[in-house]
Every structure is written in C-alpha cells, then in structure tokens.
Design a protein around this ligand. Structure first.
Ligand SMILES: O=C(O)[C@@H](CO)OP(=O)(O)O
Length: 249
C-alpha cells in the first residue's frame, strides 16, 4: 500500500478579500502562514515524512510548501514546480469579487461557475493583461496550452495527465510524495482519481492548509482519503469556502 499527501495552500490575500484567484499570484496572509505552519506540525506529529514534493508555479503554493517543510525540517528535499499544478484558470472572473459577482449574476450562476464540471468561466481576451502568455514564468509553455478560462473538466485533464506521467511513477518507486496545490486543482485530482459524480463534486470544497492523506493500493488507485486535524474544524473551514458564493459575504 502507498500513501500520498495533498495540501491546499494557506489563506491567500485574494481568499481573504473573497476574490476569484485562478492564475493570479497573491501572497499568503498571516493566517495563511499560520495554517501552513500548523499543517507542517500536524504532519510531523503524525509521523509523516517525504522524499520529494511538488508545487505549482504560484507563490501561495510554493510558500505553503516551504512553511510545511520547514516545520518538518525537510526544506532540503527536492521540490518540483509545475504550471500543470496551477489553480484552475478562472478566465475573466479573475480578480473580481465573488460576492459582487453573486449580486450581479445570482448565487446560482456563481455556484455553477465555481463548482460545476463542464461550464467554463467567461474567457480572457488575448490582449487582456491577465493573459499569462506574456508572463515570463510560462515561457516554456506552448502558447496554445495557456488557458484563457478553464472548466473544472479542463483542469482534470491537465492535472490528471501530470499525475499519471510525473507522480504515479514516483509513488510506484516508493517515493513519499507531498503535493502543495490549490482548491480546484485538488478537486480535479480527486475527480480524476475517484471519478466521483457531479453531485458530489458540486459539494466538494477543499479547506485551506489542511493535509489530505490518500491511501493507495498497489496500482496507485485510491482506497481511502482523510484530513489530518480535528474533524469539526476541518468541516468548518470547508464550509467557509462553500459560503464564498453568498451575496452577503
Ligand atoms: O478563486 C479561486 O481560484 C478558487 C480558489 O480560491 O476559488 P473557488 O473556491 O471559488 O473555486
């Protein structure tokens, strides 16, 4: 049996302000830093250790990973960063307020944009300054692969591909892997690994900064998953994420 640990970054500045984030690159808040450190402590106390780790190319994921590894005295392990682990691209919604968007389009539409499988957000125009094609960190990525707004299904494809090609072979070699990523990247990975149905996916909200442990069988297929930490607290944090669709936030 194998294990892999996933973690969503700690609270970011955009999370605090309830803004759509996607490929925007806000920093962690002080609360986010504390969440990341607490996650590292929790992992250490529970006896976890890692041989290597993954992060996206967004600083909230990278910094969360560093705080976790620092707490575990594992800053020395190899870290691979990939844009394929970036948050789902939120298109023209990026940087907008979720509650104002709910007010303008209705909570139902907002929920569809945030949680459905196949609905894409409004796309970014190619000349929009938020389009990542002009960002130097994506210079190695083929222009056609740089999204202008993804559905969760699009994210499932890129994350699933990365999981299968880059992570599964390492787990097969008994490498103990930690992945620091994002709310929708992790929802996409859960969808990919478990093929959960759309109703379950609509209600799946990933709390910030809480380690999620997957037990995997000899074929690296999931057997079970659970969060480390106090269940009521984890539930309350996931509910906070769900409630970001509300007009009155
Ligand atoms: O804005 C985003 O990129 C994500 C994660 O913060 O938000 P949501 O939970 O609305 O999908």
């Amino acid at each position: 049996m194998y294990e892999v640990v996933l973690i969503r970054h700690g609270e970011s500045e955009y999370n605090r302000q309830n803004l759509f984030t996607g490929w925007s690159d806000p920093d962690l808040t002080e609360k986010g830093i504390q969440e990341a450190k607490a996650a590292g402590k929790l992992l250490k106390e529970a006896g976890y250790t890692f041989d290597l780790a993954f992060a996206s190319v967004l600083k909230r994921s990278i910094k969360t990973l560093n705080y976790v590894l620092d707490e575990m005295d594992l800053l020395w392990i190899p870290v691979q960063k990939s844009w394929k682990l970036n948050e789902r691209h939120y298109g023209a919604l990026q940087g907008l307020s979720k509650s104002e968007t709910a007010l303008k389009y209705g909570e139902e539409q907002l929920h569809i944009w945030r949680r459905s499988l196949s609905v894409r957000p409004p796309q970014l125009e190619p000349d929009d300054p938020r389009y990542a094609r002009n960002d130097i960190r994506y210079k190695e990525v083929r222009a056609g692969d740089i999204p202008r707004g993804e559905s969760l299904e699009d994210t499932v494809h890129r994350v699933g591909d990365f999981w299968g090609k880059r992570i599964v072979p390492l787990i097969h070699k008994k490498e103990r892997v930690l992945i620091s990523a994002h709310g929708n990247t992790l929802r996409a990975l859960i969808k990919y690994m478990e093929d959960i149905d759309e109703a379950a996916l609509l209600d799946l909200n990933i709390p910030t900064g809480v380690p999620l442990v997957y037990k995997l069988d000899e074929n690296v297929k999931p057997i079970s998953r659970f969060y480390l930490g106090v269940p009521e607290e984890v539930k309350a944090k996931a509910l906070e994420v769900a409630n970001q669709s509300k007009v009155t936030e």
